[in-house]
Design a protein around this ligand. Structure first.
Ligand code: BV8
Ligand code: ZN
Length: 244
């Protein structure tokens, strides 16, 4: 795969790099995406599983779905795309990794400055006292977890549709997007807001924006460079071509 001089130059000269990732970067690790033909939304209805009302009306079903996804994530490893971003961070002056993913694979790959916009599958909290309750054990007797502090219902620490993103996290992400000179957007269909606005903020603030995705997306028309293919293959090649 060859890269344009402009893309290579942007990697070589960038002082501040911001990256937005979506489910596509974890696909090669074996984590299902959402909107691909074999993705989660092809098998499950988000309105039945990924929102607060669904949780309150059937916490057992919602927990079974999230436990299924937790088991997948426990069984997989970060892939070459995650590792390439961790390497890039080590060799960059200022680097912010903004992820929509909830699988924790960027942390496991060694990335340090990670902003999790939509939460994390391995974290949970009580809806009444809001205390963290990460040791969730599901069993026949306890089909969904109750808070050890107050007995309230415990939910996954995931941002559902219609819910605010974690306080301060999106503000930090927006700040990074508006002040970077290189913005990479990787493995996202760019349809979920406010995350999908970040590449536009970067572009409007003068950053060079490179998209790496298996197929064209809603934002392909606005980026400076759209690299079509698998992030686990393209990212290591792009870093190598740029001398990292
Ligand atoms: C909020 C949780 C504000 C479940 C998720 C109308 C218009 C615009 C916006 C809205 C609207 N109506 C409502 C909204 C807001 C809504 C929204 O954006 N809806 C969209 C869908 C229309 N957003 C919200 O509700 C957000 N909250 O706005 O609150 C507010 C204000 C006031 C008061 C209250 C609230 C909350 C967002 C919800 C985030 N949670 N799901 C769960 O995860 O369990 S969204 C879900 O989609 C995931 O979290 C995921 O992170 C997100 C984005 O998906 P992607 O990561 O992009 O994955 P996808 O499968 O779509 O794409 C993968 C891509 O990778 C594909 O393009 C594929 O080609 C590519 N790919 C595949 N393999 C590879 C690859 N690329 C490279 N290499 C590969 N190997
Ligand atoms: Zn509680």
């Amino acid at each position: 795969m060859t890269f344009s001089k402009a893309a290579i130059k942007s990697l070589q000269t960038a002082k501040k790099i911001a990256v937005l990732t979506g489910a596509g970067i974890s696909a090669e690790s074996g984590v299902p995406t959402f909107r691909d033909p074999d993705g989660l939304w092809a098998k499950f209805k988000p309105e039945e599983l990924a929102n607060f009302d669904a949780f309150m009306s059937n916490p057992q079903l919602v927990w079974e779905w999230y436990e299924h996804r937790r088991e997948i994530v426990r069984s997989v490893q970060p892939n070459a795309g995650h590792l390439a971003l961790a390497q890039l961070e080590k060799q960059s002056e200022q680097f912010t990794l903004i992820t929509q993913n909830v699988d924790g694979l960027h942390h496991r790959a060694g990335s340090q400055n990670v902003l999790e916009l939509h939460g994390n599958l391995m974290r949970s909290y009580c809806i009444d006292c809001r205390q963290r309750q990460d040791e969730v054990q599901l069993s026949k007797e306890h089909p969904f977890p109750l808070c050890s502090n107050c007995g309230g219902k415990v939910r996954p620490d995931i941002v559902w549709f219609g819910e605010m993103l974690p306080l301060g996290i999106f503000e930090d992400a927006e700040n990074a997007a508006r002040h970077c000179d290189l913005f990479l957007v990787i493995g996202t269909s760019a349809v979920v807001y406010p995350a999908a606005a970040l590449p536009l903020y970067a572009k409007k603030s003068g950053a060079f924006v490179i998209e790496i995705n298996a197929e064209p997306t809603e934002i392909s028309h606005l980026v400076d460079e759209s690299l079509l293919g698998l992030s686990g293959e393209i990212l290591p090649l792009l870093l190598e071509a740029s001398g990292f």
